[in-house]
Design a protein around this ligand. Structure first.
Ligand code: AMP
Ligand code: MG
Length: 343
Protein backbone atom coordinates (compact mmCIF):
# COMPACT_ATOMS: atom_id res chain seq x y z
CA UNK A 1 0.00 0.00 0.00
CA UNK A 2 1.26 3.47 -0.91
CA UNK A 3 1.02 5.77 2.14
CA UNK A 4 0.39 9.41 1.27
CA UNK A 5 1.75 12.16 3.52
CA UNK A 6 -0.13 15.43 3.94
CA UNK A 7 1.76 18.18 5.72
CA UNK A 8 -0.53 20.77 7.27
CA UNK A 9 0.77 24.16 8.28
CA UNK A 10 -2.39 26.20 7.86
CA UNK A 11 -6.01 25.02 7.94
CA UNK A 12 -7.06 27.44 5.22
CA UNK A 13 -4.06 27.12 2.88
CA UNK A 14 -3.95 23.32 3.21
CA UNK A 15 -7.67 22.76 2.78
CA UNK A 16 -7.17 20.51 -0.27
CA UNK A 17 -4.94 18.15 1.68
CA UNK A 18 -7.40 18.01 4.58
CA UNK A 19 -10.19 17.26 2.12
CA UNK A 20 -8.18 14.43 0.59
CA UNK A 21 -7.58 12.90 4.03
CA UNK A 22 -11.27 13.29 4.88
CA UNK A 23 -12.31 11.63 1.61
CA UNK A 24 -10.08 8.63 2.31
CA UNK A 25 -11.78 8.26 5.71
CA UNK A 26 -15.28 8.70 4.29
CA UNK A 27 -14.49 5.86 1.89
CA UNK A 28 -13.38 3.42 4.57
CA UNK A 29 -9.62 4.10 4.56
CA UNK A 30 -7.09 4.49 7.39
CA UNK A 31 -5.42 7.83 8.13
CA UNK A 32 -3.07 8.79 10.97
CA UNK A 33 -4.13 12.19 12.28
CA UNK A 34 -2.69 14.56 14.89
CA UNK A 35 -4.63 15.17 18.09
CA UNK A 36 -3.70 17.18 21.19
CA UNK A 37 -2.78 13.93 23.03
CA UNK A 38 -0.98 11.60 20.55
CA UNK A 39 -1.41 10.77 16.85
CA UNK A 40 -4.47 8.61 16.24
CA UNK A 41 -4.99 5.96 13.57
CA UNK A 42 -8.42 6.99 12.35
CA UNK A 43 -11.22 5.18 10.52
CA UNK A 44 -15.00 5.57 10.28
CA UNK A 45 -16.14 3.94 13.55
CA UNK A 46 -19.46 2.78 12.05
CA UNK A 47 -17.72 0.95 9.20
CA UNK A 48 -16.92 -2.50 10.59
CA UNK A 49 -14.46 -3.38 7.81
CA UNK A 50 -12.53 -0.14 8.30
CA UNK A 51 -12.42 -0.74 12.06
CA UNK A 52 -11.10 -4.25 11.56
CA UNK A 53 -8.39 -2.81 9.32
CA UNK A 54 -7.24 -0.61 12.24
CA UNK A 55 -6.74 -3.68 14.43
CA UNK A 56 -4.86 -5.38 11.64
CA UNK A 57 -2.58 -2.44 10.83
CA UNK A 58 -1.67 -2.00 14.50
CA UNK A 59 -1.53 -5.68 15.40
CA UNK A 60 -3.98 -4.82 18.21
CA UNK A 61 -5.85 -7.55 20.11
CA UNK A 62 -9.49 -7.47 18.96
CA UNK A 63 -10.91 -7.30 22.49
CA UNK A 64 -9.21 -3.95 23.15
CA UNK A 65 -11.95 -1.40 22.38
CA UNK A 66 -11.43 1.82 20.42
CA UNK A 67 -12.22 5.38 21.41
CA UNK A 68 -14.76 7.15 19.18
CA UNK A 69 -13.81 10.73 18.31
CA UNK A 70 -16.70 13.10 17.61
CA UNK A 71 -16.83 16.78 16.67
CA UNK A 72 -19.68 17.80 18.93
CA UNK A 73 -20.90 16.80 22.40
CA UNK A 74 -24.45 16.83 21.00
CA UNK A 75 -23.55 13.84 18.76
CA UNK A 76 -23.08 11.62 21.84
CA UNK A 77 -26.84 11.00 22.02
CA UNK A 78 -26.73 9.21 18.67
CA UNK A 79 -24.41 6.52 19.98
CA UNK A 80 -24.97 6.32 23.75
CA UNK A 81 -28.07 4.57 25.08
CA UNK A 82 -27.80 6.52 28.33
CA UNK A 83 -25.94 9.70 29.25
CA UNK A 84 -25.71 10.39 32.98
CA UNK A 85 -25.67 13.92 34.35
CA UNK A 86 -21.94 13.50 35.05
CA UNK A 87 -21.38 13.15 31.30
CA UNK A 88 -22.83 16.60 30.61
CA UNK A 89 -21.05 18.19 33.56
CA UNK A 90 -17.66 16.77 32.58
CA UNK A 91 -18.25 17.62 28.91
CA UNK A 92 -19.03 21.20 29.79
CA UNK A 93 -15.81 21.57 31.74
CA UNK A 94 -13.33 19.51 29.69
CA UNK A 95 -14.63 19.04 26.14
CA UNK A 96 -13.32 19.51 23.58
CA UNK A 97 -10.14 18.18 25.16
CA UNK A 98 -8.18 15.17 26.43
CA UNK A 99 -11.02 13.38 28.25
CA UNK A 100 -12.66 10.11 27.15
CA UNK A 101 -15.94 9.07 28.77
CA UNK A 102 -17.27 5.51 28.79
CA UNK A 103 -21.05 5.16 28.62
CA UNK A 104 -23.55 2.43 27.62
CA UNK A 105 -23.66 2.09 23.81
CA UNK A 106 -26.50 2.00 21.33
CA UNK A 107 -26.95 -0.97 18.99
CA UNK A 108 -25.55 1.02 16.02
CA UNK A 109 -22.02 1.02 17.46
CA UNK A 110 -20.33 -2.05 15.92
CA UNK A 111 -18.98 -4.79 18.16
CA UNK A 112 -15.61 -4.42 16.45
CA UNK A 113 -15.38 -0.83 17.75
CA UNK A 114 -16.49 -1.65 21.30
CA UNK A 115 -14.31 -4.76 21.53
CA UNK A 116 -17.42 -6.79 22.26
CA UNK A 117 -18.43 -4.63 25.27
CA UNK A 118 -21.87 -3.06 25.66
CA UNK A 119 -20.28 0.34 26.33
CA UNK A 120 -18.58 2.90 24.12
CA UNK A 121 -15.73 5.34 24.79
CA UNK A 122 -16.43 8.88 23.51
CA UNK A 123 -13.98 11.76 23.10
CA UNK A 124 -14.18 15.21 21.57
CA UNK A 125 -10.65 16.22 20.53
CA UNK A 126 -9.63 19.88 20.60
CA UNK A 127 -6.85 19.71 17.97
CA UNK A 128 -7.92 21.98 15.07
CA UNK A 129 -6.68 19.52 12.41
CA UNK A 130 -8.52 16.57 13.99
CA UNK A 131 -11.68 18.65 14.32
CA UNK A 132 -11.50 19.85 10.73
CA UNK A 133 -11.01 16.31 9.40
CA UNK A 134 -13.98 15.00 11.41
CA UNK A 135 -16.07 17.90 10.14
CA UNK A 136 -15.03 17.44 6.50
CA UNK A 137 -15.62 13.68 6.40
CA UNK A 138 -18.88 13.90 8.32
CA UNK A 139 -18.07 10.72 10.29
CA UNK A 140 -17.10 9.88 13.84
CA UNK A 141 -13.62 8.39 13.93
CA UNK A 142 -12.34 5.43 15.88
CA UNK A 143 -8.74 6.40 16.55
CA UNK A 144 -6.37 4.42 18.76
CA UNK A 145 -2.78 5.58 18.88
CA UNK A 146 -1.13 5.30 15.44
CA UNK A 147 1.70 2.98 16.49
CA UNK A 148 2.33 -0.76 16.27
CA UNK A 149 0.56 -2.31 19.25
CA UNK A 150 2.85 -2.54 22.28
CA UNK A 151 5.34 0.12 21.19
CA UNK A 152 5.59 3.75 22.38
CA UNK A 153 2.74 5.96 21.15
CA UNK A 154 3.45 8.46 18.35
CA UNK A 155 3.71 12.16 19.19
CA UNK A 156 5.19 13.24 15.84
CA UNK A 157 4.12 12.39 12.27
CA UNK A 158 7.55 10.79 11.81
CA UNK A 159 6.72 8.21 14.51
CA UNK A 160 3.57 7.21 12.58
CA UNK A 161 5.56 6.99 9.36
CA UNK A 162 8.18 4.79 11.02
CA UNK A 163 5.55 2.39 12.39
CA UNK A 164 2.85 2.49 9.74
CA UNK A 165 4.36 3.32 6.34
CA UNK A 166 2.94 0.96 3.72
CA UNK A 167 0.26 -0.28 6.15
CA UNK A 168 -2.17 2.67 6.03
CA UNK A 169 -3.52 5.06 3.39
CA UNK A 170 -2.16 8.35 4.71
CA UNK A 171 -0.45 10.29 7.48
CA UNK A 172 -1.54 13.87 8.20
CA UNK A 173 1.46 15.74 9.60
CA UNK A 174 0.27 18.44 11.99
CA UNK A 175 3.49 18.82 14.01
CA UNK A 176 4.18 17.70 17.60
CA UNK A 177 1.35 16.80 19.96
CA UNK A 178 1.08 19.37 22.74
CA UNK A 179 0.12 16.98 25.57
CA UNK A 180 2.05 13.88 24.55
CA UNK A 181 0.16 11.21 26.53
CA UNK A 182 -3.21 9.66 25.71
CA UNK A 183 -6.51 11.00 27.01
CA UNK A 184 -7.82 10.42 30.51
CA UNK A 185 -10.33 7.55 30.34
CA UNK A 186 -13.18 7.76 32.85
CA UNK A 187 -15.99 5.25 33.14
CA UNK A 188 -19.44 6.66 33.99
CA UNK A 189 -21.13 3.27 33.90
CA UNK A 190 -23.40 2.15 36.77
CA UNK A 191 -23.60 5.55 38.46
CA UNK A 192 -19.88 5.53 39.33
CA UNK A 193 -17.06 7.79 38.22
CA UNK A 194 -13.92 5.73 37.80
CA UNK A 195 -10.64 6.76 36.18
CA UNK A 196 -9.34 3.81 34.15
CA UNK A 197 -6.41 5.61 32.55
CA UNK A 198 -4.83 8.86 33.77
CA UNK A 199 -4.14 11.71 31.35
CA UNK A 200 -3.93 15.48 31.25
CA UNK A 201 -7.35 15.81 32.92
CA UNK A 202 -6.51 14.70 36.47
CA UNK A 203 -8.64 12.68 38.92
CA UNK A 204 -8.67 15.75 41.20
CA UNK A 205 -10.09 17.92 38.40
CA UNK A 206 -12.74 15.31 37.65
CA UNK A 207 -13.69 15.06 41.33
CA UNK A 208 -14.11 18.85 41.46
CA UNK A 209 -16.92 18.45 38.92
CA UNK A 210 -18.49 15.15 39.97
CA UNK A 211 -17.88 15.25 43.72
CA UNK A 212 -15.82 12.05 43.66
CA UNK A 213 -13.62 10.03 41.31
CA UNK A 214 -12.24 6.60 42.07
CA UNK A 215 -8.90 5.67 40.47
CA UNK A 216 -8.74 2.09 39.20
CA UNK A 217 -6.11 -0.05 40.92
CA UNK A 218 -4.60 -1.01 37.56
CA UNK A 219 -3.46 2.61 36.99
CA UNK A 220 -0.45 2.09 39.26
CA UNK A 221 -0.43 -1.68 39.84
CA UNK A 222 0.34 -4.68 37.70
CA UNK A 223 -2.76 -6.76 37.12
CA UNK A 224 -2.82 -10.39 38.22
CA UNK A 225 -3.28 -12.98 35.48
CA UNK A 226 -6.75 -13.91 36.74
CA UNK A 227 -7.93 -10.32 37.30
CA UNK A 228 -10.69 -8.96 35.06
CA UNK A 229 -9.68 -5.67 33.40
CA UNK A 230 -12.13 -2.75 33.67
CA UNK A 231 -10.31 -1.36 30.66
CA UNK A 232 -9.14 -4.24 28.44
CA UNK A 233 -6.16 -2.19 27.23
CA UNK A 234 -4.65 -2.34 30.71
CA UNK A 235 -3.82 -6.01 30.58
CA UNK A 236 -1.57 -5.83 27.52
CA UNK A 237 2.08 -4.94 27.05
CA UNK A 238 2.18 -1.23 26.29
CA UNK A 239 4.42 1.66 25.28
CA UNK A 240 7.57 -0.49 25.43
CA UNK A 241 10.74 0.26 23.46
CA UNK A 242 13.12 -2.60 22.61
CA UNK A 243 15.49 -1.15 25.20
CA UNK A 244 15.00 -2.56 28.71
CA UNK A 245 13.76 0.23 30.97
CA UNK A 246 14.07 0.21 34.78
CA UNK A 247 12.55 2.93 36.98
CA UNK A 248 14.82 4.13 39.78
CA UNK A 249 12.97 5.37 42.86
CA UNK A 250 15.32 7.85 44.54
CA UNK A 251 15.86 11.55 45.22
CA UNK A 252 18.16 13.67 43.00
CA UNK A 253 21.37 12.63 44.73
CA UNK A 254 20.37 8.99 45.03
CA UNK A 255 19.51 8.78 41.34
CA UNK A 256 22.69 10.50 40.18
CA UNK A 257 24.85 8.33 42.43
CA UNK A 258 23.12 5.21 41.14
CA UNK A 259 23.76 6.22 37.51
CA UNK A 260 27.39 7.17 38.14
CA UNK A 261 28.40 4.34 40.45
CA UNK A 262 26.06 1.37 39.98
CA UNK A 263 24.69 1.44 36.44
CA UNK A 264 26.46 -0.63 33.77
CA UNK A 265 28.94 1.30 31.59
CA UNK A 266 26.71 1.01 28.53
CA UNK A 267 23.55 2.03 30.42
CA UNK A 268 21.58 5.13 29.50
CA UNK A 269 20.01 7.53 31.97
CA UNK A 270 16.41 8.51 31.11
CA UNK A 271 16.68 11.58 33.26
CA UNK A 272 15.43 15.09 33.92
CA UNK A 273 17.17 18.07 32.33
CA UNK A 274 18.50 19.06 35.78
CA UNK A 275 20.34 15.71 36.09
CA UNK A 276 22.36 16.01 32.90
CA UNK A 277 25.19 18.11 34.39
CA UNK A 278 25.70 15.59 37.20
CA UNK A 279 25.96 12.22 35.46
CA UNK A 280 28.77 10.42 33.66
CA UNK A 281 26.72 8.17 31.35
CA UNK A 282 24.85 8.63 28.08
CA UNK A 283 21.45 10.10 28.62
CA UNK A 284 18.10 10.91 27.03
CA UNK A 285 16.07 13.70 28.59
CA UNK A 286 12.58 13.09 29.97
CA UNK A 287 11.53 16.71 30.50
CA UNK A 288 12.16 18.94 33.51
CA UNK A 289 11.88 17.83 37.11
CA UNK A 290 9.16 20.14 38.41
CA UNK A 291 7.26 20.29 35.11
CA UNK A 292 5.08 17.21 34.63
CA UNK A 293 3.67 18.46 31.32
CA UNK A 294 7.20 18.70 29.89
CA UNK A 295 7.67 15.05 30.93
CA UNK A 296 4.42 14.04 29.23
CA UNK A 297 5.46 15.83 26.05
CA UNK A 298 8.89 14.18 26.03
CA UNK A 299 8.04 10.67 27.23
CA UNK A 300 7.20 8.69 24.09
CA UNK A 301 9.77 10.43 21.89
CA UNK A 302 12.43 9.74 24.54
CA UNK A 303 11.54 6.03 24.59
CA UNK A 304 11.83 5.91 20.79
CA UNK A 305 15.13 7.81 20.99
CA UNK A 306 16.61 5.08 23.22
CA UNK A 307 15.98 2.55 20.46
CA UNK A 308 17.36 4.85 17.77
CA UNK A 309 20.56 5.17 19.81
CA UNK A 310 20.78 1.40 20.18
CA UNK A 311 20.47 1.55 23.98
CA UNK A 312 20.14 -1.85 25.65
CA UNK A 313 19.26 -0.69 29.14
CA UNK A 314 18.02 2.62 30.50
CA UNK A 315 17.45 3.72 34.09
CA UNK A 316 14.57 6.19 34.32
CA UNK A 317 13.81 8.88 36.87
CA UNK A 318 10.57 8.15 38.68
CA UNK A 319 8.06 10.91 37.86
CA UNK A 320 6.03 12.46 40.65
CA UNK A 321 2.46 11.21 40.67
CA UNK A 322 1.04 14.73 40.98
CA UNK A 323 -1.23 16.17 38.28
CA UNK A 324 -0.34 14.91 34.79
CA UNK A 325 2.67 13.21 36.45
CA UNK A 326 0.34 10.31 37.29
CA UNK A 327 -0.18 9.75 33.53
CA UNK A 328 3.58 9.86 32.91
CA UNK A 329 4.17 7.40 35.76
CA UNK A 330 1.41 5.08 34.48
CA UNK A 331 2.92 4.94 30.96
CA UNK A 332 6.51 4.66 32.15
CA UNK A 333 5.61 1.78 34.50
CA UNK A 334 4.26 -0.17 31.54
CA UNK A 335 7.17 0.80 29.28
CA UNK A 336 9.37 -0.63 32.05
CA UNK A 337 7.19 -3.75 32.37
CA UNK A 338 6.78 -2.72 36.06
CA UNK A 339 10.53 -3.04 36.79
CA UNK A 340 11.39 -0.60 39.59
CA UNK A 341 14.30 -0.43 42.02
CA UNK A 342 14.84 1.63 45.18
CA UNK A 343 18.20 3.39 45.30
P1 AMP B 1 -5.98 3.62 22.85
O1 AMP B 1 -7.00 3.58 21.79
O2 AMP B 1 -4.77 2.80 22.55
O3 AMP B 1 -5.70 5.00 23.32
O4 AMP B 1 -6.65 2.87 24.08
C1 AMP B 1 -7.97 3.14 24.45
C2 AMP B 1 -8.13 2.74 25.89
O5 AMP B 1 -9.49 2.94 26.28
C3 AMP B 1 -7.81 1.27 26.10
O6 AMP B 1 -7.12 1.11 27.32
C4 AMP B 1 -9.19 0.66 26.16
O7 AMP B 1 -9.19 -0.53 26.91
C5 AMP B 1 -10.01 1.77 26.81
N1 AMP B 1 -11.42 1.65 26.41
C6 AMP B 1 -11.96 1.97 25.23
N2 AMP B 1 -13.28 1.67 25.22
C7 AMP B 1 -13.57 1.15 26.42
C8 AMP B 1 -14.75 0.66 27.02
N3 AMP B 1 -15.91 0.62 26.36
N4 AMP B 1 -14.67 0.18 28.28
C9 AMP B 1 -13.49 0.20 28.95
N5 AMP B 1 -12.34 0.67 28.44
C10 AMP B 1 -12.38 1.14 27.20
MG1 MG C 1 -2.44 3.00 22.28
Amino acid sequence: MQTQIFKITDLEADKDKLKKAADILANGGLVAIPTETVYGLAADFLNEEAVKAIFQAKGRPSDNPLIVHLADVKDAEKYASELPETFYKLAERFCPGPLTMIVPKKECVPTATSGGLDTVALRFPSHPVAREIIRLCGKGLAAPSANRSGSPSPTEAEHCINDMFGRIDAVVDGGSCTIGVESTVVSLVGGKVRVLRPGAVTPEQIAEVTGEAEVDRAVTNKMNDNEQAASPGMKYKHYAPSCKVVIVCADDDGYRRFINEKAEDNAYALCFEEDTAHINKHYVVLGREEDELSQAQALFASLRKLDELGAEIAYARCPSQEGVGLAVYNRLLRAAAFRTIDA
